[in-house]
Design a protein around this ligand. Structure first.
Ligand SMILES: *[C@@H]1O[C@H](CO)[C@@H](O)[C@H](O)[C@H]1NC(C)=O
Ligand SMILES: *[C@@H]1O[C@H](CO)[C@@H](O)[C@H](O)[C@H]1NC(C)=O
Length: 316
């Protein structure tokens, strides 16, 4: 990423998205901040210039709903998008957005934590001044990079689409693996302070919520990651039952072996007619105990081996 990401005088404004619907309800607005075209992203196949950033969020009811991407099936409460167009191939955003390789968007998943995020406060502090659709406010310049996660080296990348209609397949997505935390209060503010209706509207103001698009099928497209994801081994119910039953069988088997060993030793003792040749009983018991320990050690190791085999393969 270009380290010199400093926004000049910027505006926040609420933009309209014609034809954006979710669950049959039309949602029309999001909060957007235009960015100067000299901002860019490094490390992409072309030169991309920044256009704007905007946010998507939910309605405060579902904790992990509001983001447009999920990582390992896990969503987040909101998502920041920093939009760039391919300034090497196209004259402007409107030309680029309909073309393959036209846009590059950085996606940041946002979740709630205990601490106030001062970088995001630089936007959220002004939301109260643009509560109604179509309003705008000038805000002091700040370093846009502070909105991104600390670790920019771990990300997912894929060819996808715009998340707002007409959803052109023109976006090279970069979604960071590290999530950014804002406070619960900040999230609540984002979810409740804005309206998607105009201040002049005769009706009750309509809260601006759930302005995210549900995740779409991957359709076999590859998602590359800049790192090797550490996949957590999660056992399904079936696998857990298999492990429990396997362990039980192992224990019963072990008990049977122990019973046989003890029985064999006892019967050997009773056949022993020459008491002088008989070794002292303690050492025998010790031997048995030793054998048992070895048996158990062997059993445990093989059980572990079985568990390893039963474990699911990590996802690619
Ligand atoms: C974008 O560029 C095209 C081609 O140069 C031009 O026709 C169009 O008016 C431009 N659109 C805007 C919004 O600047
Ligand atoms: C995206 O598509 C282009 C071809 O248009 C291809 O060269 C590139 O490797 C693809 N990138 C990813 C991350 O799949």
């Amino acid at each position: 990423m270009d380290p010199a990401w400093l926004a000049a005088a910027v505006f926040l404004l609420l933009w309209q998205c014609a034809g954006c619907t979710r669950a049959g309800k039309e949602w029309t607005y999001a909060v957007e901040m235009p960015l100067p075209s000299w901002m860019g992203v490094a490390g992409l196949p072309w030169q991309y210039s920044a256009v704007q950033l905007h946010l998507h969020w939910g309605n405060g009811i579902g904790v992990a709903t509001g983001s447009e991407h999920t990582i390992d099936g896990q969503g987040a409460s909101a998502e920041l998008h920093v939009v760039h167009y391919n300034s090497e191939l196209f004259a402007n955003m409107s030309q680029a957005k309909t073309q393959g390789n036209g846009l590059a968007v950085l996606g940041v998943l946002i979740e709630a934590g205990s601490e106030t995020n001062h970088a995001y406060a630089q936007i959220f502090n002004y939301l109260g001044r643009i509560r109604y659709a179509g309003q705008r406010v000038a805000i002091p310049a700040f370093d846009v990079q502070t909105l991104l996660p600390r670790d920019l080296s771990r990300y997912f990348r894929y060819n996808g689409s715009l998340t707002t209609p007409p959803c052109y397949q023109s976006v090279l997505w970069t979604v960071f693996a590290e999530k950014v935390k804002i406070s619960h209060y900040q999230l609540l503010k984002l979810e409740t302070v804005l309206y998607s209706s105009r201040s002049t509207a005769p009706t009750e103001p309509i809260p601006m919520q759930d302005n995210y698009r549900a995740t779409q099928p991957l359709n076999h497209r590859p998602v590359l990651s800049s790192f090797i994801p550490v996949s957590v081994k999660i056992y399904t119910d079936g696998e857990i039952s298999a492990i429990v039953i396997g362990s039980l069988c192992g224990c019963i088997g072990l008990a049977v072996i122990v019973w046989f060993v003890v029985k064999t030793i006892r019967s050997t003792s009773s056949w022993d007619v020459l008491p002088s040749v008989r070794p002292p009983p303690q050492s025998r018991t010790k031997d048995v105990a030793k054998n048992l320990k070895q048996d158990m050690a062997l059993k445990t190791t093989s059980d572990l081996g079985k568990k390893e085999e039963a474990a699911p393969q990590p996802e690619p």
